[in-house]
Design a binder for this molecule. Structure first.
Ligand SMILES: [Zn+2]
Ligand SMILES: [Zn+2]
Length: 247
């Protein structure tokens, strides 16, 4: 049900916020060193990105050609993925984009709310914690209903990463979170366990209680992703997840 030898969330130098030295080939060498048997490249696509770094989008025609060339020579299987950022007003562009390219794996993520980059914290101004987090979970539900072709929802509960309000209690948002998980299950979609959370908040995204709830509700599609933006982070912290799957 979960494969600890596959990293399904990786950014190369094509993502503007990643290490310029992070190449397809470099990650493949790193994967072999770390005993991973497959990796999936998931560079960023955020339509109408507010962050200036992301204004210029990756040329995917060129990207796919470069990927296919590397794939032919790769000693381990590699997959063509993408991490696509959801914003409601861009839903048609997102659906069209996913259909246009032969992706093996699509992560649907939220990096922006109310057209504001969560990273800047501007979104949280003049909001209570309840308001800020409720809008986030409502938008997640909106995203998974409006986007037809994706495999997993990315870093669910990532709202806490840049939030001045910090962690949350599952019980305070139980109805919304359960509805998200049930909708994913009904649509045969999964969640990823994003281990980049260990670098800042000492936990994965989503946090344990949500992962357990997804499984308890009958979900069975869980992927692991380091969300590496440099090669050193590939496969990072996967060991910390193992105890979660021994209950
Ligand atoms: Zn992301
Ligand atoms: Zn990512």
């Amino acid at each position: 049900m979960i494969d600890f030898k596959k990293d399904n969330h990786i950014h190369t130098h094509f993502s503007p916020d990643a290490d310029p030295a992070a190449t397809f080939e470099g990650y493949i060498v790193e994967a072999q060193k770390k005993g991973l048997d497959e990796i999936t490249f998931t560079d960023h696509v955020d339509f109408d990105a507010k962050h200036p770094l992301f204004h210029e989008m990756i040329d995917y025609d060129a990207y796919v050609i470069a990927f296919e060339k590397v794939k032919k020579a790769s000693p381990i299987p590699i997959r063509l993925g993408v991490e696509i950022g959801y914003q409601a007003h861009m839903k048609n562009e997102i659906n069209q984009f996913i259909e246009q390219y032969p992706f093996d794996f699509v992560i649907l993520s939220i990096h922006y709310l109310e057209e504001k980059d969560l990273y800047t914290q501007e979104y949280f101004l003049n909001k209570t914690k309840q308001e800020a987090y409720n809008i986030y979970f409502d938008t997640v539900l909106d995203a998974i209903k409006n986007i037809s072709q994706f495999d997993v929802f990315g870093h669910l509960d990532y709202i806490t990463r840049y939030s001045p309000f910090g962690d949350y209690n599952y019980n305070d948002y139980k109805a919304k979170i359960d509805l998200i998980l049930k909708t994913l299950i009904k649509r045969n979609k999964g969640i990823e366990i994003n281990t980049s959370g260990y670098q800042k908040e000492k936990r994965p995204y989503p946090k344990e209680v949500i992962i357990k709830r997804y499984l308890e509700l009958g979900g069975n599609h869980v992927t692991l992703g380091s969300d590496s933006h440099n090669m050193g982070k590939l496969g990072c912290c996967f060991d910390k997840i193992k105890p979660l799957f021994k209950f």
